[in-house]
Design a protein around this ligand. Structure first.
Ligand code: 5GP
Length: 173
């Protein structure tokens, strides 16, 4: 078990659900045809699953896993590809779905390796953004919520593999 517990709710379940629905409407308007979603495991699993439920229409999915934070709340600054995609990207309209953009290192790495695979277009949706922590000016096309520099858990995000199942975003105490 993790040794810290979330003390306060930063973004409630209804707030998350409303915003994800809005993002889905916006994304669908921008992708009248198929959108090929790449969810970044593990943190984006819940955001992705709610998002695609509201997208309707034509959606294809693939998953990637990277590791940036080993254990704890500070970044190692190192990004490692843990699981690669199952399908090619050439000619596809690709949308990366990420949980949070913090320093921007992970997303920059992902955008670079995916762009090199020849998608027709490549955009990014992040549920959360912490702009005050940015080290690289990475482009994020759809942002759910901009938050302060706090370590958050829940709705897919973990601390030592705990709390991913919370239906809200909380701040660790
Ligand atoms: P970046 O490379 O932008 O610094 O970090 C991105 C990754 O760090 C995210 O995909 C996420 O796994 C992790 N991360 C950054 N901030 C937080 C946070 O507040 N809470 C949790 N649980 N993970 C975070």
């Amino acid at each position: 078990m993790a040794d810290r517990t979330p003390t306060s709710v930063l973004i409630s379940e209804p707030q998350l659900q409303d915003r994800v629905r809005e993002l889905a409407t916006q994304i669908r308007a921008d992708y009248p045809e198929n959108v090929h979603i790449i969810a970044v495991l593990k943190g984006a699993f819940m955001f992705m699953s709610d998002l695609v439920r509201h997208l309707g229409g034509s959606v294809s999915l693939d998953f990637m896993a990277v590791s940036s934070y080993a254990k704890g709340t500070t970044s190692s600054g190192e990004v490692r590809l843990v699981k690669d995609l199952d399908t090619a990207l050439d000619g596809k309209d690709v949308l990366i779905v990420e949980d949070i953009v913090d320093t921007g290192l992970t997303l920059t790495y992902l955008q670079e390796i995916l762009q090199a695979r020849g998608p027709r277009s490549l955009r990014t949706a992040c549920l959360l953004s912490k702009p005050s922590r940015r080290k690289i000016d990475v482009k994020v096309d759809y942002v759910g919520f901009t938050i302060e520099d706090k370590f958050v858990v829940g709705y897919g995000l973990d601390y030592a593999e705990q709390y991913r199942n919370l239906p809200y975003i909380g701040v660790l105490g």
